[in-house]
Design a protein. Structure first.
Length: 424
């Protein structure tokens, strides 16, 4: 019995040893299966984290684009580092709404003062150690620079006898009558007979451009009467020249109707909206500061009245009804900076805008739906864009090329193209 008991005990030890070996083998087998799975889980977790960081980096890049667009449209892109050819801005430790730091943004704006700026924005998010996930987007914008002609009438342009158009650039030099520039271009979208007519002795020191598909060499389309001269080229544009509508400004105070009696004086020092605006004969209104006036109906100046823009001030005038400058009235822009006086006609103004003044004018007129009539002997420094232009009585129009770089107020840039730049 004793030997049998010992034998059973040995058998039990063998069984336990065998079970342990089997358990170790099974454990090792499962470990062999588990290790790749764990590596896979770890890899997928890392991939998921990298994907999340990549999405965050792209969001930062797009936020940089939105910031640049806002600065170009409404802010001051010129306050950024760089020059007129390239502006840059770095935003470090950009935070989410909850205060958590997401990453950094680097923004580059090419041609920030032009009509097609290009924004390149890079979002950078920390991954591990010094590693980062970077994504870059490149966006082209399309803006609206309206003043590309000395005189542009979408349906027609008429220049009377002895009228003259030339050019200068006020940001470079004052106008020199002895050495006028040769870029005083006039144009139209029309191609019918009489689209552009130059009366006797009219002189255009620039190109004359008609609409697409027209024949610029047809003497019935561009009419040049006796002794009128075109010193530039006759051309047809490759595509129609678009004129954006004008919308009323927002956020200014409605002041009802404005009327200043004869020989009275007044000062306007705050941007305002008026139903009608009338300055009676011999009255004087002085603008102080950078002022926007919105006249929803009729604007008129009666004989010998003055609207003065002194040095250090500017005026942007929106008109929705009609515009009349009577004889010997004067919008007197003492700055002689044409960018400091803008007359903008809303799309609702479909009638005439009439200048009967004999005084010099420094400024820009943009009236896409209106017919402009100039009955004066004045020197007009700036640019005129309208539905049609009828200039009589020896008008002298000196196109200021500085206006080429002036954007239409209230017309913002839009995205023309968007692409992500993939690093090699």
């Amino acid at each position: 019995m004793k030997d049998l008991s010992k034998r059973n005990s040995k058998n039990k030890h063998k069984e336990k040893g065998f079970i342990m070996i089997v358990a170790i083998i099974i454990t090792a087998f499962f470990l062999l299966l588990a290790v790749p799975f764990l590596f896979q889980v770890s890899s997928e977790r890392g991939s998921t984290e990298r994907s999340y960081q990549s999405i965050s980096a792209l969001s930062l890049a797009e936020a940089g684009v939105e910031r640049a667009i806002w600065e170009i449209n409404y802010g001051d892109i010129k306050s950024w580092s760089g020059s007129s050819s390239l502006r840059t801005k770095n935003i470090s430790s950009f935070q989410a709404s909850g205060g958590d730091i997401i990453g950094n943004i680097e923004i580059r704006v090419e041609n920030p003062d032009g009509d097609t700026p290009v924004i390149e924005s890079t979002g950078s998010v920390a991954l591990t150690g010094s590693q980062t996930v970077d994504r870059t987007v490149r966006v082209e914008l399309d803006g609206f620079l309206p003043y590309k002609f000395g005189a542009y009438g979408e349906t027609s342009v008429y220049m009377s006898g002895n009228a003259m158009v030339d050019s200068y650039d006020s940001q470079l030099n004052d106008y020199d009558s002895l050495n006028p520039g040769s870029e005083g271009n006039i144009g139209t979208n029309a191609i019918a007979n009489g689209s552009i007519e130059l009366d006797s002795n009219a002189e255009i020191n620039g190109d004359v451009i008609i609409g697409p598909g027209g024949d610029p060499n047809d003497p019935n389309v561009i009419v040049t009467l006796s002794s009128s001269v075109i010193n530039g080229q006759r051309e047809a544009s490759a595509e129609p020249i678009e004129m954006e509508p004008v919308f009323p400004p927002e956020g200014i105070t409605d002041m009802g109707t404005y009327y200043l009696g004869g020989s009275d004086t007044d000062t306007i020092s705050q941007s305002s909206e008026y139903n009608n605006f009338n300055i009676d004969s011999n009255a004087i209104v002085t603008i102080t500061g950078d002022i926007t006036l919105y006249v929803s109906n009729n604007f008129s100046m009666t004989s010998n009245s003055h609207l003065i823009i002194p040095n250090g001030s500017s005026l942007t005038l929106y008109v929705g009804g009609s515009f009349l400058q009577d004889s010997n009235t004067m919008i007197n822009n003492l700055t002689q900076d044409t960018t400091k006086c803008m007359v903008l006609a809303l799309s609702s103004l479909k009638g005439t805008m009439v200048w009967n003044s004999n005084a010099d004018f420094y400024g820009a007129v943009y009236a896409p739906g209106a017919d402009i009539i100039i009955n004066s002997n004045a020197n007009f420094f700036g640019a005129i864009m309208a539905n049609s232009i009828y200039a009589s009585s020896d008008i002298r129009l000196h196109y200021d090329k500085a206006l080429e770089r002036v954007f239409m107020p209230g017309v913002s840039f839009e995205v023309l193209s968007w692409q992500e730049i993939i690093s090699d």
